[in-house]
Design a binder for this molecule. Structure first.
Ligand code: 5AD
Ligand code: SF4
Length: 572
């Protein structure tokens, strides 16, 4: 985009921003003409985004906000998290920012001064749940206002739905006080401070470079044995059905060093498993380090995968990151999600196959089994290319597990096209599958280009058929594990039975009874959350395995002397 056009866009944005948010002005002035709006509002500088000018520095000067506002003052925040793992991690970033400013956290509604709802916009169903929650919060706020005038409740909506609906949220839902998009969490203390004087505050600017690399997330559940690390934000893929590029903005990667440091810190704090998060981890690239000598030859195009955006050149890639992280924390399990099938370089498969602590479960979201649907979805691969990749992955990492996302009922999906999704699911043995009926989202290319013409009743039928097939197949897959020994990381206890509950390498739940088993130094001890235990599988359903615990172990010890192919078959 030319500098002139970019400047015009930013001017437009700044004028829109001021006019829609006139309640934000500290002196209460009502703005009149468009020119006045621009003059009195924040300068263009405040909206420039890019490498040279970060949008929000620590405690930025923002003209429409009063100076010297007190931020936290021990106000208690109640978090509600909807959506994906990335949202959970974002909430931990938000909590880290607020904690530093003197806010407190509560899990009791009655104690809360502020409700922050981390929202999801990926499907209509996700948004409906949040509207219901807002109904409840509106009532709570009203009752508090009647009961206790000195302790008003404030409501903030954060994340993707906030970004999607922007100020429309406040117009539609008068109870909302703060709207903050995924790139404006550093601004939250100020936005919340503004609400103390009854103002409504909105910041939905997307950034080109915000990665929150310097914010160490504070985990909401300190007892959890696993943690998430965001390695990148945004998505540049523009699959035609997906709202994510519009709500989370352009793709940007966090510096490799900050990720490795965070992994080490978590290991020091006793965390046993980390999941590296990104919308498309295989396009991770840290161009700040070693830009020349780590250049990779991109062979993907030759294998039948194409990409809609110009790939960035140079820098350290996901294989380098996996290599460094897994070496830095050899006693921790390392997982990652999600990987776009069009971007799967051999180097990544190589690192996974070599490192015992990288879980051998690959999330390869197919989305559909039909080449024509995949074309309409703009996924950049055909059914054949996907199946070839599956073969290649299986040959490179024997015994590898696979998971997927599938959508049924996408625009124009015929019975024949849907049957191709069913045959793909039949052909590929997925250990885990996330199955969705298509939900049309405004702004997406599909919304502009296609008709959401598969009736809801058909979507439902197709969805049920996918679920049924997946259950039958995963039950059979799980049953084939009976007699094998799995390394299980204990997470806690199963709510219904009180048995111990953990996960195997394929993220499948495994339950077993508490008892004393052999410890690593030869004694006999009970098991507890955070322990790695070798468990012999004795029973299987479609989503849970049962077993008998054998002995305490560790990632290093369990896999010592056995290659991955053998260890999967380990029978005792
Ligand atoms: N409708 C249904 N499912 C969707 N997903 C993304 N957008 C939509 C949509 N509009 C699914 C994809 C993606 C997962 C996170 O959500 O399968 O991989
Ligand atoms: Fe959405 Fe496609 Fe990006 Fe995944 S890769 S977040 S489906 S646009």
């Amino acid at each position: 985009m030319s500098l002139l056009r970019r400047t015009q866009r930013l001017l437009n944005l700044s004028s829109k921003y001021v006019s829609r948010n006139c309640r934000c002005l500290s002196d209460g002035t009502q703005l009149t003409s468009r020119r006045d709006k621009i003059k009195q509002g924040p300068s263009l500088k405040e909206f420039i985004i890019g490498d040279s000018e970060p949008v929000l520095l620590d405690r930025p000067h923002i003209p429409y906000l009063p100076e010297n506002v007190t931020f936290g003052s021990n106000r208690k925040v109640y978090f509600d998290v909807y959506g994906c793992q990335m949202n959970l991690n974002d909430t931990e970033i938000v909590w880290s920012i607020l904690k530093k400013e003197g806010f407190e956290k509560t899990e009791i509604e009655e104690e809360a001064d502020i409700f922050l709802v981390m929202t999801c916009a990926i499907r209509e169903g996700a948004e409906s749940k949040i509207w219901h929650r807002l109904d409840h919060l509106r009532g709570f706020k009203r009752r508090r206002a009647q009961k206790n005038k000195d302790r008003p409740v404030k409501i903030g909506l954060l994340g993707c739905m906030a970004e999607r609906l922007k100020t429309k949220l406040i117009e539609k839902e008068k109870a909302v006080d703060v709207v903050a998009g995924p790139d404006s969490y550093r601004d939250l203390p100020r936005l919340l401070a503004l609400t103390e004087s009854g103002q409504t505050a909105v910041n939905v600017l997307l950034s080109l470079d915000e990665t929150y690399a310097d914010v160490m997330p504070v985990r909401l559940n300190q007892d959890s044995v696993s943690a998430f690390i965001s390695i990148m934000r945004g998505c540049d893929n523009m699959c035609t059905y997906c709202i994510v590029p519009f709500t989370r903005g352009r793709e940007r990667s966090r510096p490799l060093r900050s990720i490795v440091d965070e992994a080490r810190l978590l290991a020091d704090r006793g965390v046993k498993e980390i999941t590296l998060l990104g919308q498309n981890v295989n396009s991770y690239r840290d161009t700040r380090e070693n830009p020349e000598d780590k250049e990779r030859l991109d062979t993907q195009l030759a294998k039948g995968f194409k990409t809609v955006y110009k790939s960035k050149k140079g820098g350290l890639r996901f294989a380098d990151l996996l290599d460094e992280v897994s070496a830095a924390v050899p006693d921790m399990r390392v997982r990652f999600t999600a990987a776009h099938p069009k971007d799967f370089p051999d180097e990544v498969l190589q690192v996974i196959s070599e490192r015992p602590n990288i879980c051998k479960l690959l999330h390869l979201p197919a989305q559909s089994g039909s080449t024509t649907v995949l074309e309409r979805m703009r996924r950049g691969y055909s059914r054949e290319a996907y199946l070839q990749l599956v073969d290649h992955v299986k040959n490179t990492i024997p015994g590898v597990g696979l998971s997927t996302d599938m959508i049924c009922g996408f625009c124009g999906e015929t019975d024949e096209e849907f049957e191709e999704t069913m045959t793909l699911m039949q052909e590929v043995d997925y250990n885990i599958a996330f199955l969705f009926p298509y939900s049309m989202r405004e702004k997406t290319a599909a919304h502009r280009r296609y008709k959401d013409d598969v009736p809801d009743s058909i979507k439902k039928l197709r969805h049920n058929r996918m679920i049924q097939l997946y259950r039958t197949k995963s039950q059979a897959l799980n049953q084939s594990e009976i007699g094998n020994t799995h390394l299980v990381l204990i997470e806690g206890t199963a709510p219904k039975t009180g048995q111990l509950l953990g996960r195997n390498e394929f993220y499948m739940k495994v339950v077993f009874d508490q008892c004393e088993i052999e410890s690593q130094d030869g004694g006999r001890v009970n098991m507890k959350p955070g322990d790695f235990v070798a468990v012999r599988i004795t029973g299987a359903k479609s989503s849970v395995l049962t077993g008998v615990p054998m002995y305490h172990s560790s990632v290093r010890e369990f896999y010592r002397d056995v290659s991955w192919g053998e260890r999967h078959m380990l029978r005792v």
